[in-house]
Design a protein around this ligand. Structure first.
Ligand code: SF4
Length: 331
């Protein structure tokens, strides 16, 4: 049998074909001393199939906290005792945030709401907000509003929403240990409707929630099957008051193996560092990830926890000679 790195080179690097489940399990089990070679390979795959550009995105929470769902990692659930409480932004605040995001060079501005799915009030706010942003600033608007009906998918597309985020969160086989108020299949359905609508699909998940290595590989393979335009990869940041509040923080070696495995599963997809990277990988994590398969970052704050300062990330990209993807190329 050939060595896993050799197989990965042949499939993902030479042919641009993602690794299948069995190979991903092997990648996730690779010995510590092979991690640098694994990251180098994942970086080569990213450079060959995606290029050196890095996509920068800003994110704003239109409605924070008070969500009726019980995702065990999430401090915005109204079912736990975590300290995040329900807050709504108004349209001028949204526009201001979009302008500040565009000023960093970011091309995507994602409006997020902590809901099971949008109601009429939220859809109306989106209609008004997306128009006000498009009138004031040149930036792509993305949204993350939970599960959608076909009618809502069509409406969001008609409003000019360019990309929709809806994560699978976890492998199908582990999902019921993470969420009990909706099913993995319901999530999959929304993702399929979004992709079929012509909006770009952004779909990823979280690792470090107590899943096995096999389930991590399963999530990567399931995401690859869905063929999202972009995959945000989150590492659990255990939030006090949530059911996963006492989970241990993921080992840095495992986090790096996971980044590489996701890149090798999806050679041509935008792979974005989302939440938790500072905690899992420390200050060097951003550099290691960007040299190990990551090609997109979120600037500024995450939804409920502080991320890094935007300037630090932008300076790092300049140091690594990785240009920020320009708006014209993403339209
Ligand atoms: S992850 Fe989303 S759906 Fe789940 S509790 Fe948090 S805000 Fe609600």
């Amino acid at each position: 049998m050939t060595d896993i790195l050799e197989r990965a080179r042949k499939h993902a690097l030479d042919s641009g074909v993602g690794l299948a489940y069995d190979d991903l399990v092997e990648v996730l089990q690779i010995a510590d001393e092979q991690i640098p070679s694994l990251l180098e390979l994942a970086h080569d795959v990213r450079m060959k199939h995606c290029g050196p550009e890095v996509e920068v995105e800003g994110i704003i929470s239109l409605k924070t906290g008070g969500c009726p769902e019980d995702c065990h990692f999430c401090s915005q659930s109204g079912q736990f005792t975590s300290p995040v409480r329900s807050v709504w932004l108004d349209i001028p605040q949204l526009v201001k945030a979009a302008q500040e995001t565009a000023a960093t060079g970011a091309t995507e501005f994602c409006i997020v709401a902590a809901v099971r799915g949008p109601d009429d009030r939220l859809m109306n706010q989106m209609r008004e907000g997306v128009k006000a942003i498009h009138d004031a600033v040149d930036i792509n608007v993305a949204a993350s509003l939970g599960m959608l009906t076909q009618g809502q998918v069509d409406e969001l597309r008609a409003m000019g929403v360019h990309r929709y985020n809806h994560n699978l969160e976890s492998a199908r086989s582990y999902f019921s240990s993470v969420v009990t108020t909706h099913t993995w299949e319901e999530r999959w359905e929304t993702c399929e409707m979004v992709r079929a609508s012509g909006m770009e699909l952004c779909c990823g998940g979280l690792v470090g929630m107590g899943e096995t290595l096999e389930q991590r590989a399963e999530l990567a393979a399931q995401l690859a099957e869905l063929k999202p335009h972009e995959v945000p990869l989150n590492f659990l940041n255990p939030r006090p008051g949530t059911p996963f509040g006492d989970q241990p923080i993921m080992e840095p070696g495992d986090a790096l193996r996971t980044i590489a495995a996701f890149r090798l599963a999806m050679p041509t997809t935008i792979l974005r560092y989302a939440g938790g990277r500072e905690l899992t990988l420390g200050d060097l994590g951003t550099r290691d990830g960007l040299l190990g398969g990551i090609n997109a970052v979120i600037v500024g704050n995450y939804l409920t926890t502080l991320g890094r300062d935007a300037d630090e990330d932008l300076t790092l990209l300049a140091e690594l000679k990785m240009p920020i993807k320009e708006l014209a190329k993403t339209l």
